[in-house]
Design a protein around this ligand. Structure first.
Ligand SMILES: [Zn+2]
Length: 116
C-alpha cells in the first residue's frame, strides 16, 4: 500500500459507519469519492445513490439518484460530472481518494488504517 494509492472500497469499516448512524435504506454499498476540483471528500452510498456531506454527522446526506446528476461541491461550488461515473474504473481520476488524502481529512475514521 502506497499513500498515493486509491483507498479500496473493501477497506471501509461498515460497522463503524452504521454505528455512527450511516444506515440508508438497506443493502448499503459505501465508497469514497472526492470533488474533482478541490480536496473535499464525500462518502457515497451507491445502492440508493446518496451522498453523505459531513463526517461528523451522517444524517446530513442528499439523494443524487437523478440523471443527469446535478450536484455542486459544498466546499468549492464546482459542478460534479453530470453524466460520467463518479465511482469505479470509469470515474475521473481526480475523483478518486488516496490513502494520503483520506488520512488528511475528517473522514479518516472510516477505515481502521487511517483511524489510527
Ligand atoms: Zn470542491
Amino acid at each position: 500500500m502506497k499513500t498515493d494509492d486509491e483507498v479500496p472500497e473493501t477497506e471501509l469499516d461498515y460497522d463503524e459507519i452504521l454505528r455512527r448512524g450511516g444506515a440508508n435504506l438497506g443493502d448499503e454499498d459505501f465508497a469514497l469519492l472526492k470533488c474533482p476540483s478541490c480536496p473535499r471528500i464525500y462518502l457515497m452510498e451507491y445502492e440508493v445513490d446518496t451522498l453523505y456531506m459531513n463526517p461528523d454527522d451522517l444524517a446530513e446526506r442528499i439523494p443524487v439518484s437523478s440523471y443527469p446528476r446535478s450536484f455542486n461541491c459544498t466546499a468549492c461550488g464546482a459542478r460534479f460530472p453530470e453524466t460520467e461515473a463518479w465511482l469505479g474504473p470509469k470515474a475521473p481520476k481526480e475523483m478518486k481518494v488516496t490513502w494520503h488524502q483520506l488520512a488528511q481529512s475528517s473522514w479518516r475514521w472510516v477505515t481502521r488504517l487511517t483511524r489510527g
